[in-house]
Write a protein that binds this ligand. Structure first.
Ligand code: FES
Length: 105
């Protein structure tokens, strides 16, 4: 079953697209022509991190770049995050810096 994904950037950019139940947010965004940052595509670098504001995702594998506090705060690795409901997700370059154990700061 497909789910509707809404990505929100700082400012007023918002993009909405649909994701199949077996594809990640990153894959679905790419299919919709939306470029998001990524590097490892395996849950280890946090380059693709976003914050789920509404809805639910499931990580396809262990999100190694996130601590349990990050997960509790709704942070998700969009390269391995598969939507389980319609989702509203915050994205943008500042989010990495918010992670508790971020090597970026
Ligand atoms: S691209 Fe590295 S964790 Fe998603």
């Amino acid at each position: 079953m497909a789910h509707e994904i809404t990505l929100e950037w700082p400012g007023d950019r918002v993009e909405t697209f649909s994701a199949e139940s077996n594809e990640t947010v990153l894959e679905a965004a790419a299919r919709a022509g939306i470029r998001l940052p990524y590097d490892c595509r395996s849950g280890t670098c946090a380059e693709c991190v976003g914050q789920v504001l509404d809805g639910a995702i499931e990580h396809r594998r262990m999100p190694r770049a996130l601590e349990s506090d990050d997960l509790a705060g709704g942070y998700a690795l969009l390269c391995i995050a598969v939507p389980r409901e319609d989702c509203r997700i915050r994205t943008g370059s500042r989010i990495q810096a918010e992670l508790g154990s971020s090597p970026w700061g």
